[in-house]
Design a binder for this molecule. Structure first.
Ligand code: CP
Ligand code: NVA
Length: 316
Protein backbone atom coordinates (compact mmCIF):
# COMPACT_ATOMS: atom_id res chain seq x y z
CA UNK A 1 0.00 0.00 0.00
CA UNK A 2 1.39 3.40 -1.02
CA UNK A 3 1.25 6.14 1.64
CA UNK A 4 2.48 9.74 1.83
CA UNK A 5 3.87 10.11 5.35
CA UNK A 6 7.16 11.74 4.40
CA UNK A 7 8.55 13.38 1.26
CA UNK A 8 10.69 10.40 0.30
CA UNK A 9 7.64 8.15 0.04
CA UNK A 10 7.73 9.47 -3.53
CA UNK A 11 10.83 9.09 -5.69
CA UNK A 12 12.42 12.15 -7.25
CA UNK A 13 10.94 11.10 -10.57
CA UNK A 14 7.47 10.86 -8.99
CA UNK A 15 8.00 14.31 -7.48
CA UNK A 16 8.56 15.60 -11.02
CA UNK A 17 5.29 13.92 -12.09
CA UNK A 18 3.43 15.43 -9.13
CA UNK A 19 4.67 18.93 -10.00
CA UNK A 20 3.50 18.47 -13.59
CA UNK A 21 0.10 17.05 -12.63
CA UNK A 22 -0.48 19.75 -9.98
CA UNK A 23 0.41 22.37 -12.59
CA UNK A 24 -2.05 20.73 -15.01
CA UNK A 25 -4.81 20.78 -12.38
CA UNK A 26 -4.06 24.43 -11.70
CA UNK A 27 -4.30 25.40 -15.36
CA UNK A 28 -7.28 23.17 -16.23
CA UNK A 29 -5.11 20.96 -18.43
CA UNK A 30 -5.76 17.65 -16.65
CA UNK A 31 -7.57 14.91 -18.58
CA UNK A 32 -11.13 13.95 -17.75
CA UNK A 33 -9.96 10.69 -16.13
CA UNK A 34 -7.55 12.69 -13.93
CA UNK A 35 -10.38 15.08 -13.03
CA UNK A 36 -12.62 12.20 -11.96
CA UNK A 37 -10.02 9.94 -10.43
CA UNK A 38 -11.87 9.71 -7.07
CA UNK A 39 -15.38 9.33 -8.50
CA UNK A 40 -17.67 7.78 -5.90
CA UNK A 41 -14.91 7.55 -3.27
CA UNK A 42 -15.18 8.74 0.33
CA UNK A 43 -11.92 9.70 2.08
CA UNK A 44 -11.80 10.44 5.82
CA UNK A 45 -9.88 13.32 7.34
CA UNK A 46 -8.92 12.80 10.98
CA UNK A 47 -7.57 15.94 12.64
CA UNK A 48 -6.08 16.11 16.16
CA UNK A 49 -5.05 19.77 15.64
CA UNK A 50 -6.53 22.98 14.21
CA UNK A 51 -6.32 23.71 10.50
CA UNK A 52 -7.64 26.14 7.91
CA UNK A 53 -5.61 25.55 4.73
CA UNK A 54 -5.02 21.80 4.99
CA UNK A 55 -8.58 20.97 5.89
CA UNK A 56 -10.26 23.20 3.32
CA UNK A 57 -7.87 22.42 0.45
CA UNK A 58 -8.29 18.67 1.01
CA UNK A 59 -12.07 18.92 1.28
CA UNK A 60 -12.26 21.05 -1.87
CA UNK A 61 -9.71 18.87 -3.68
CA UNK A 62 -11.54 15.62 -2.89
CA UNK A 63 -14.75 17.20 -4.14
CA UNK A 64 -13.05 18.49 -7.33
CA UNK A 65 -11.85 14.95 -8.11
CA UNK A 66 -15.36 13.47 -7.82
CA UNK A 67 -14.88 12.19 -4.27
CA UNK A 68 -16.30 13.05 -0.88
CA UNK A 69 -14.50 14.21 2.27
CA UNK A 70 -15.60 13.05 5.70
CA UNK A 71 -14.15 15.22 8.47
CA UNK A 72 -13.49 13.65 11.88
CA UNK A 73 -11.82 15.18 14.89
CA UNK A 74 -10.16 13.32 17.69
CA UNK A 75 -12.62 14.88 20.15
CA UNK A 76 -15.75 13.60 18.42
CA UNK A 77 -14.48 10.10 17.62
CA UNK A 78 -14.03 7.20 20.03
CA UNK A 79 -10.29 8.01 20.08
CA UNK A 80 -11.22 10.58 22.74
CA UNK A 81 -12.51 7.70 24.87
CA UNK A 82 -9.42 5.56 24.46
CA UNK A 83 -10.10 3.46 21.35
CA UNK A 84 -6.72 2.45 19.97
CA UNK A 85 -5.19 3.78 16.79
CA UNK A 86 -4.93 0.26 15.39
CA UNK A 87 -8.66 -0.39 15.88
CA UNK A 88 -9.58 3.04 14.51
CA UNK A 89 -7.41 2.39 11.43
CA UNK A 90 -8.95 -1.04 10.85
CA UNK A 91 -12.46 0.36 11.28
CA UNK A 92 -11.96 3.29 8.91
CA UNK A 93 -10.38 0.96 6.34
CA UNK A 94 -13.72 -0.87 6.06
CA UNK A 95 -15.63 2.34 5.26
CA UNK A 96 -13.45 4.72 3.26
CA UNK A 97 -10.87 4.61 0.46
CA UNK A 98 -8.18 6.74 2.09
CA UNK A 99 -7.26 8.76 5.15
CA UNK A 100 -5.69 12.18 5.74
CA UNK A 101 -4.36 12.68 9.26
CA UNK A 102 -3.13 15.76 11.14
CA UNK A 103 -1.64 14.84 14.49
CA UNK A 104 1.14 15.27 17.04
CA UNK A 105 3.64 12.39 17.19
CA UNK A 106 4.78 11.21 13.75
CA UNK A 107 4.50 7.61 15.01
CA UNK A 108 0.70 8.02 15.00
CA UNK A 109 0.55 8.36 11.19
CA UNK A 110 2.95 5.42 10.86
CA UNK A 111 0.73 3.34 13.12
CA UNK A 112 -2.37 4.22 11.10
CA UNK A 113 -0.59 3.25 7.88
CA UNK A 114 0.63 -0.02 9.34
CA UNK A 115 -2.64 -1.12 10.93
CA UNK A 116 -5.05 -0.01 8.20
CA UNK A 117 -5.41 -1.17 4.62
CA UNK A 118 -5.98 2.18 2.87
CA UNK A 119 -3.57 4.95 1.76
CA UNK A 120 -2.67 7.41 4.53
CA UNK A 121 -1.60 11.01 3.87
CA UNK A 122 0.26 13.07 6.46
CA UNK A 123 -1.55 16.38 6.83
CA UNK A 124 1.10 17.52 9.37
CA UNK A 125 2.79 15.92 12.33
CA UNK A 126 5.22 17.40 14.85
CA UNK A 127 8.02 16.08 12.59
CA UNK A 128 6.93 16.68 8.98
CA UNK A 129 4.48 18.62 6.81
CA UNK A 130 5.10 17.05 3.39
CA UNK A 131 1.94 18.31 1.62
CA UNK A 132 3.11 21.84 2.40
CA UNK A 133 6.72 21.35 1.26
CA UNK A 134 5.68 19.80 -2.08
CA UNK A 135 3.16 22.63 -2.67
CA UNK A 136 5.96 25.07 -1.91
CA UNK A 137 8.26 23.40 -4.46
CA UNK A 138 5.52 24.00 -7.03
CA UNK A 139 5.33 27.69 -6.09
CA UNK A 140 9.12 27.97 -6.46
CA UNK A 141 9.26 26.06 -9.73
CA UNK A 142 6.49 28.15 -11.25
CA UNK A 143 8.43 31.24 -10.35
CA UNK A 144 11.65 30.16 -11.98
CA UNK A 145 10.93 27.51 -14.43
CA UNK A 146 10.02 26.02 -17.63
CA UNK A 147 6.59 24.43 -17.19
CA UNK A 148 7.76 21.42 -19.20
CA UNK A 149 10.35 20.54 -16.58
CA UNK A 150 9.37 22.06 -13.28
CA UNK A 151 11.63 19.81 -11.22
CA UNK A 152 14.70 20.84 -13.22
CA UNK A 153 14.10 24.51 -12.48
CA UNK A 154 14.67 23.91 -8.75
CA UNK A 155 18.19 22.55 -9.16
CA UNK A 156 20.98 24.66 -7.67
CA UNK A 157 18.61 27.17 -6.04
CA UNK A 158 19.02 28.10 -2.38
CA UNK A 159 16.45 28.26 0.44
CA UNK A 160 17.22 30.11 3.68
CA UNK A 161 14.97 29.11 6.60
CA UNK A 162 14.91 31.37 9.67
CA UNK A 163 13.47 30.78 13.15
CA UNK A 164 12.62 27.44 14.74
CA UNK A 165 14.87 25.05 12.80
CA UNK A 166 13.70 22.09 14.91
CA UNK A 167 10.10 22.23 13.64
CA UNK A 168 8.06 20.29 11.08
CA UNK A 169 8.42 22.94 8.34
CA UNK A 170 12.19 23.11 8.74
CA UNK A 171 12.48 19.32 8.48
CA UNK A 172 10.09 19.07 5.54
CA UNK A 173 11.94 21.80 3.64
CA UNK A 174 15.23 19.99 4.29
CA UNK A 175 13.68 16.83 2.79
CA UNK A 176 12.09 18.63 -0.17
CA UNK A 177 15.18 20.73 -0.93
CA UNK A 178 17.31 17.61 -0.97
CA UNK A 179 14.96 15.85 -3.39
CA UNK A 180 14.81 18.95 -5.61
CA UNK A 181 18.61 19.28 -5.79
CA UNK A 182 18.51 22.54 -3.83
CA UNK A 183 20.73 23.99 -1.16
CA UNK A 184 19.21 24.86 2.24
CA UNK A 185 20.72 26.95 5.05
CA UNK A 186 18.88 27.32 8.33
CA UNK A 187 19.41 29.97 10.99
CA UNK A 188 18.00 29.97 14.50
CA UNK A 189 18.99 30.25 18.13
CA UNK A 190 21.14 27.69 19.92
CA UNK A 191 18.93 24.80 20.99
CA UNK A 192 16.67 25.06 17.94
CA UNK A 193 18.94 23.51 15.31
CA UNK A 194 17.81 20.56 13.19
CA UNK A 195 18.57 17.38 15.10
CA UNK A 196 20.23 14.24 13.81
CA UNK A 197 16.86 12.61 13.17
CA UNK A 198 16.63 14.34 9.78
CA UNK A 199 20.10 13.19 8.74
CA UNK A 200 19.24 9.69 9.86
CA UNK A 201 16.02 9.71 7.85
CA UNK A 202 17.61 11.11 4.68
CA UNK A 203 20.48 8.63 4.89
CA UNK A 204 18.12 5.72 5.52
CA UNK A 205 16.17 6.73 2.41
CA UNK A 206 19.31 6.84 0.24
CA UNK A 207 19.81 10.63 0.16
CA UNK A 208 22.90 12.59 1.24
CA UNK A 209 22.10 15.22 3.90
CA UNK A 210 23.58 18.57 2.83
CA UNK A 211 21.79 21.22 4.91
CA UNK A 212 23.70 23.82 6.92
CA UNK A 213 22.84 25.41 10.26
CA UNK A 214 24.10 28.73 11.65
CA UNK A 215 23.01 31.09 14.41
CA UNK A 216 23.68 34.05 12.07
CA UNK A 217 20.61 34.94 9.96
CA UNK A 218 22.66 37.15 7.60
CA UNK A 219 24.98 34.24 6.82
CA UNK A 220 22.05 31.94 6.05
CA UNK A 221 20.32 34.33 3.64
CA UNK A 222 23.43 35.19 1.62
CA UNK A 223 22.81 34.12 -1.98
CA UNK A 224 19.34 32.78 -1.13
CA UNK A 225 16.60 32.58 -3.78
CA UNK A 226 13.97 31.96 -1.10
CA UNK A 227 13.71 33.29 2.45
CA UNK A 228 11.28 31.08 4.36
CA UNK A 229 9.97 31.28 7.89
CA UNK A 230 7.33 29.63 10.04
CA UNK A 231 5.72 30.38 13.42
CA UNK A 232 8.03 30.39 16.42
CA UNK A 233 5.47 28.50 18.52
CA UNK A 234 4.12 25.46 16.70
CA UNK A 235 0.94 23.68 17.72
CA UNK A 236 1.82 21.71 20.84
CA UNK A 237 4.65 24.10 21.90
CA UNK A 238 2.37 26.70 23.51
CA UNK A 239 3.86 26.17 27.01
CA UNK A 240 7.21 27.44 25.71
CA UNK A 241 5.77 30.52 23.97
CA UNK A 242 7.49 33.21 26.07
CA UNK A 243 10.94 31.60 25.94
CA UNK A 244 10.76 30.87 22.21
CA UNK A 245 9.54 34.37 21.36
CA UNK A 246 12.40 35.95 23.27
CA UNK A 247 15.09 33.70 21.78
CA UNK A 248 13.85 33.94 18.19
CA UNK A 249 13.54 37.74 17.94
CA UNK A 250 16.84 38.10 15.99
CA UNK A 251 15.42 35.79 13.30
CA UNK A 252 12.43 37.94 12.34
CA UNK A 253 12.41 38.32 8.53
CA UNK A 254 12.78 42.07 8.02
CA UNK A 255 13.45 44.18 4.91
CA UNK A 256 17.11 44.23 5.97
CA UNK A 257 17.18 40.42 5.93
CA UNK A 258 15.46 40.35 2.51
CA UNK A 259 18.05 42.80 1.13
CA UNK A 260 20.84 40.46 2.22
CA UNK A 261 19.39 37.66 0.03
CA UNK A 262 19.45 37.71 -3.80
CA UNK A 263 17.85 40.85 -5.27
CA UNK A 264 15.04 38.77 -6.82
CA UNK A 265 14.56 36.52 -3.77
CA UNK A 266 11.03 35.54 -2.79
CA UNK A 267 9.58 35.43 0.72
CA UNK A 268 7.62 32.33 1.73
CA UNK A 269 5.65 31.28 4.83
CA UNK A 270 3.36 28.27 5.18
CA UNK A 271 0.87 30.42 7.20
CA UNK A 272 -0.75 31.19 9.55
CA UNK A 273 1.62 34.17 10.03
CA UNK A 274 2.14 36.46 12.99
CA UNK A 275 3.20 39.82 11.52
CA UNK A 276 5.59 41.60 13.86
CA UNK A 277 6.96 38.31 15.17
CA UNK A 278 8.60 35.91 12.68
CA UNK A 279 8.13 38.38 9.79
CA UNK A 280 7.45 42.09 9.55
CA UNK A 281 4.18 43.28 8.02
CA UNK A 282 6.26 45.12 5.38
CA UNK A 283 7.84 41.87 4.12
CA UNK A 284 4.72 39.73 4.47
CA UNK A 285 2.63 42.19 2.46
CA UNK A 286 5.51 43.36 0.22
CA UNK A 287 6.26 42.61 -3.46
CA UNK A 288 8.63 39.72 -2.73
CA UNK A 289 6.02 37.78 -0.75
CA UNK A 290 4.31 34.88 -2.54
CA UNK A 291 2.52 33.46 0.50
CA UNK A 292 -0.93 33.25 -1.09
CA UNK A 293 0.45 31.53 -4.22
CA UNK A 294 1.85 28.94 -1.82
CA UNK A 295 -1.53 28.64 -0.16
CA UNK A 296 -3.34 28.19 -3.47
CA UNK A 297 -0.92 25.46 -4.47
CA UNK A 298 -1.98 23.36 -1.50
CA UNK A 299 -5.16 22.58 -3.44
CA UNK A 300 -3.43 21.69 -6.72
CA UNK A 301 -0.60 19.66 -5.19
CA UNK A 302 -2.93 17.71 -2.91
CA UNK A 303 -5.12 16.80 -5.86
CA UNK A 304 -2.00 15.47 -7.59
CA UNK A 305 -1.04 13.47 -4.46
CA UNK A 306 -4.57 12.07 -4.11
CA UNK A 307 -4.63 11.10 -7.79
CA UNK A 308 -1.26 9.40 -7.55
CA UNK A 309 -2.23 7.37 -4.47
CA UNK A 310 -5.63 6.43 -5.92
CA UNK A 311 -3.97 5.24 -9.14
CA UNK A 312 -1.41 3.27 -7.11
CA UNK A 313 -4.30 1.44 -5.37
CA UNK A 314 -6.08 0.69 -8.65
CA UNK A 315 -2.81 -0.68 -10.16
CA UNK A 316 -2.44 -3.19 -7.31
N1 CP B 1 -0.07 25.78 6.32
C1 CP B 1 -1.01 25.00 6.91
O1 CP B 1 -0.89 23.78 6.99
O2 CP B 1 -2.09 25.70 7.35
P1 CP B 1 -3.27 25.13 8.27
O3 CP B 1 -2.67 24.88 9.63
O4 CP B 1 -4.29 26.23 8.26
O5 CP B 1 -3.79 23.86 7.67
N1 NVA C 1 5.03 24.65 12.46
C1 NVA C 1 3.63 24.97 12.40
C2 NVA C 1 3.10 24.74 11.03
C3 NVA C 1 1.65 25.14 10.84
C4 NVA C 1 1.16 24.89 9.45
C5 NVA C 1 2.88 24.13 13.42
O1 NVA C 1 3.14 22.92 13.49
O2 NVA C 1 2.05 24.66 14.14
Amino acid sequence: MKHFLKETDFTTEELGDLLTLAHDYKHNKASSSQNNVLAGQTWAMLFFKSSTRTRVSFEAGLNDLGGHALFLSQDTSQLSRGESIADTARTLSRFVKGLIIRTFDHKIVEEFAQAGSIPVINGLTDFLHPCQSFSDLLAMAERWGDEKNLLESLKGRKIAFLGDCDCNMAYSLIMAANMGGMEISLAGPEGYAPTEKIEDLLSAEGYFPNHQFTTDPMEAVEGADVVYTDVWVSMGDEDEAAERTEKMKPYCVTSKIMKAAKSDAIFMHCLPAHPGMEVTEEVLEGPQSIVFDQTENRLHMQKAILAHLANAVSDQ
